[in-house]
Design a protein around this ligand. Structure first.
Ligand code: HEC
Ligand code: HEC
Ligand code: HEC
Length: 351
């Protein structure tokens, strides 16, 4: 018995050394061309499935009740996923067939996962495969939009995809993804999760774009498209959108979440000192105000509500003054958020 223990300990010591030696010898190929052994493939995918299944057990799936989730996600899919997975409008690039594992065509794969599982794959990525994590932390809202989009992907036609992602002009001409794919005023409406940039000050737009570039304002969607913009491009894009008039929302689409415009107005004008909530209008919408206080009037209610929640949870960065807004949003209740969003969405764009 004593002898056996000695062998076992010797084996425990020798095995890792032997392993290191084999790796050092260079005899193990790390090339991707020959593929994995079938058992390795099976093992990797099985561990991924198990890990995703366990991680998603306690995840609560929000309702996919806003069709505008699809536009934001389709645009991001084009910017951040289509090169590997292909899209209804293009095949996977030939280059990715040399990856190990090859990024799969998602159409047959999506139905094999639940919503919560898709959420975890897209939010966390998959280690050892090249499947990246969402580019920004604490943007579960964006990831859920992507899940809503993936659900629709299996049956989506090329034209529908281009229409959602803004890859076609109104006359049907096919274009590449650009700022206007998402921010074109004509594509926005009262449920939009993509903001109108029209009429914001150039200073606010410029500082917001630098914040995305530096990672100081978290949005996977915007961070994926600002990468590589030069300071000149940032300045000219900011001037372009600042000079544009903001579209006026149709009266019947201003308040999709049903917040109380009256309660919102009261809070915006007077604040609520007992809860340390300042009057929003003491900073926003003043004709001679600080150009870094953005214009909110006529912006869609779902976008405004989403940003207010991000400020409240302290996840939203931005310009050099963003901390002022974090403080202003700190003690808002969910009802306050919806009321304020409804009030500002309905407010006259021309102040
Ligand atoms: C650099 C290439 C690459 C990019 C970019 C990429 N993926 Fe992946 N993705 C992969 C690879 C490789 C796998 C396979 C992982 C595996 O087999 O375990 C994968 C797996 C997946 C899966 C699980 C499919 C399955 O059943 O195995 C989903 C869903 C997915 N990706 C969605 C996305 C979305 C959405 C985006 C964009 C936000 C994205 N991917 C961006 C490479 C990529
Ligand atoms: C795929 C869609 C998409 C594309 C393409 C896109 N954006 Fe955005 N943009 C968004 C979304 C969504 C947000 C809101 C992000 C957030 O929550 O911070 C946003 C926010 C912004 C903001 C901040 C607005 C505010 O009120 O604070 C600016 C500025 C902006 N985008 C400029 C641009 C420019 C310039 C380009 C082209 C280089 C561009 N965007 C391309 C979707 C897009
Ligand atoms: C002390 C001045 C101040 C007060 C008071 C204030 N804000 Fe702000 N607000 C700001 C600043 C500065 C920003 C820009 C944040 C950044 O740097 O991105 C902002 C941004 C916002 C945004 C994001 C707009 C966009 O385009 O993304 C919303 C929504 C907003 N404020 C709503 C409100 C509401 C509602 C109130 C009242 C409860 C309020 N603000 C009170 C200064 C203020």
């Amino acid at each position: 018995m004593f002898i056996r223990w000695k062998y076992l300990i010797a084996a425990l010591v020798v095995a890792p050394i032997l392993g290191l030696f084999v790796a050092w010898s260079g005899l193990v190929s790390i090339g991707a061309r020959s593929g994995h052994w079938a058992v390795t493939d099976w093992f990797l995918h099985w561990s991924m499935q198990s890990s995703v299944r366990t991680a998603s057990l306690s995840t609560e799936v929000p309702p996919f009740d806003n069709p505008e989730m699809l536009k934001l996600a389709a645009g991001h899919y084009e910017a951040g996923c289509a090169m590997c997975h292909g899209s209804p409008a293009r095949e996977r690039s030939a280059v990715v067939f040399g990856m190990l594992p090859v990024p799969p065509d998602l159409k047959p794969r999506v139905p094999t996962w639940t919503d919560a599982e898709l959420f975890h794959i897209v939010e966390k990525g998959v280690r050892f495969t090249g499947m990246p994590a969402w580019p920004a932390e604490h943007r579960e809202d964006e990831v859920w939009s992507m899940v809503a989009f993936l659900r629709k992907l299996p049956g989506m036609r090329a034209d529908d995809y281009r229409a959602l992602a803004g890859l076609a002009t109104p006359s049907g001409e096919v274009t590449a993804l650009g700022c206007q794919s998402c921010h074109d005023e004509e594509r926005l409406n009262g449920r939009s999760l993509i903001p109108s940039l029209a009429g914001q000050s150039p200073e606010y737009l410029r500082q917001s774009l630098s914040a995305y570039l530096k990672g100081d304002r978290a949005s996977g969607v915007m961070q994926a498209v600002v990468n590589g913009l030069s300071a000149d491009q940032v300045a000219s894009l900011s001037a372009f959108y600042a000079a544009m008039p903001r579209k006026v929302l149709a009266a019947d689409e201003k308040n999709p979440n049903g917040g109380s415009v009256e309660d919102g107005e009261k809070l915006a004008r007077s604040g609520r000192p007992a809860d340390r909530i300042p009057a929003c209008l003491s900073c926003h919408e003043k004709p001679d105000g600080n150009p870094l206080y953005p214009s909110l009037s006529g912006q869609s209610a779902p976008y405004l509500a989403r940003q207010l929640r991000l400020f409240r949870e302290e996840y939203r960065g931005g310009t050099q003054f963003h901390h002022l807004m974090t403080r202003a949003a700190n003690d808002l209740t969910d009802k306050d958020v919806e009321d304020l969003a409804a009030y500002f969405a309905a407010r006259n764009v021309n102040r």
